[in-house]
Ligand binder design. Sequence first.
Ligand code: ADP
Ligand code: MG
Length: 260
Amino acid sequence: MDLGNATSVGGFLNIDKIGKSFGGLKILTDVSFSVSKGERIGIIGPNGAGKTTLFNMIAGEFPPTNGDIYYEGENITKLPNYKRVRKGMARTFQKNNLLNDLTVLDNLLLVLQKKVGLEKVWYKPRTNKRFPGIYDEADRLLETWQLQERRDTVINRLSYGEQRQIEILLGIATEPRVLLLDEPTAGMSNAETSYILNLLNDLPKDLTLLIIEHDMDVLFSLSDRIIVLHNGVVLAEGTPDQIKNDPRVTEVYFGKEEVV
Ligand SMILES: Nc1ncnc2c1ncn2[C@@H]1O[C@H](COP(=O)(O)OP(=O)(O)O)[C@@H](O)[C@H]1O
Ligand SMILES: [Mg+2]
């Protein structure tokens, strides 16, 4: 009998002994951790450690080879991505995932349409009658994010850093309950990085964040807890201070890379 009901699994998000192999090659082995609601988790590990693969499984891009993922007590291991999005899970990609030939506004409207379950009618002219309030909502967000002057700019005319900012903003626009950010500040200028940092710091405190990040300053300032992945396993887990002082982490991670 399956006793894996909602009350048997504590925590908000539970990663339970998940493993992933690609064509017989083991990428992740027995990765387990739990995340509380509103917690901000930083994930670090050398390139190829399996961080993005882990996010892909939490977001439902593909299932793990073994192990389970629970969200609010529900086993979501096999739930497809779009159903997780409806449950409040959102993610950004290590590479841009925007519609490059459309404007900032159009990209934003598409995301807002998805939020209200109208993504299947994306091809119909967007009128305020069909989608009440959607333009007002988009303009309100663009104003909050100080992006009004970019409203009608086509994505591929923006700088790389600006495109990444927009992608993060689109993730936030759906008002998710869990947000997965894959190297949010990679390739950004210092000014763009501070913009994103301020934005992430100002997010509602009950929003749960999982952040993969190479920039240690960004990671340590944002995270309540840090998980270190190495050779496909969780090498260490702890507060930023504990991680900074963990000799295993220093050896495999900080030892090799310049910490700025
Ligand atoms: N779809 C895939 N098919 C085969 N191998 C993959 C796939 N995705 C990732 N990998 C491999 O898994 C390993 C971990 O990749 P990744 O999760 O992107 O690491 P990280 O994000 O920590 O740098 C790498 O060796 C990568 O080549
Ligand atoms: Mg990656």
